[in-house]
Design a binder for this molecule. Structure first.
Ligand code: AMP
Length: 143
């Protein structure tokens, strides 16, 4: 099971914001789309960073509501760990565990082609385990 298979099921849509947008605007996007992180991208679609709920909480804790007027570029994480279509789900889980984050954008030839969240990974792992268990039960029933 790899990232290409996950994207094949969930689609390639990526919600992004531009770096000069305010934190308040980014929060509105997260709320409207019911997601926990947005990719920060330039006008040319290049990946500049990632902004998650945790960054927003940290900014609000540090500077209070004044942070809402800050540009996203000041609050985002600029050093983004990415994956590729052929990255396996095991590798993805390792990246998320070691890096302590729950979102990984997918890059192909420098372009953002999707995003995988820990929720997507768990969903696919559970489906995989259920299929294995079904196959095992069928095998035992035939014996
Ligand atoms: P998350 O668990 O995804 O909500 O993010 C926790 C922290 O890690 C936040 O500071 C995010 O900006 C950062 N983060 C999220 N995803 C990534 C990623 N793929 N690479 C680097 N940092 C990330």
């Amino acid at each position: 099971m790899n990232v290409a298979q996950i994207l094949g099921n969930k689609g390639h849509d990526v919600i992004s914001v531009q770096p000069h947008r305010t934190l308040a605007e980014a929060i509105r996007t997260l709320g409207e789309k019911r997601i926990g992180a947005v990719v920060v991208a330039g006008a040319d679609g290049s990946l500049l960073g990632i902004l998650s709920e945790r960054d927003i909480i940290r900014a609000l804790a540090e500077t209070g509501t004044a942070a809402l007027e800050s540009p996203v570029s000041r609050i985002m994480t600029a050093k983004v760990v990415t994956c590729r279509h052929e990255t396996s789900v095991d590798e993805l889980m390792e990246l998320m565990t070691v890096g302590r984050f729950r979102h990984v954008p997918v890059l192909e030839n420098g372009r953002i082609t999707g995003i995988v969240s820990i929720g997507d990974v768990v969903k696919h792992r559970v489906a995989e385990i259920e299929a294995e268990s079904r196959a095992m039960r069928d095998y035992i029933a035939m014996a």
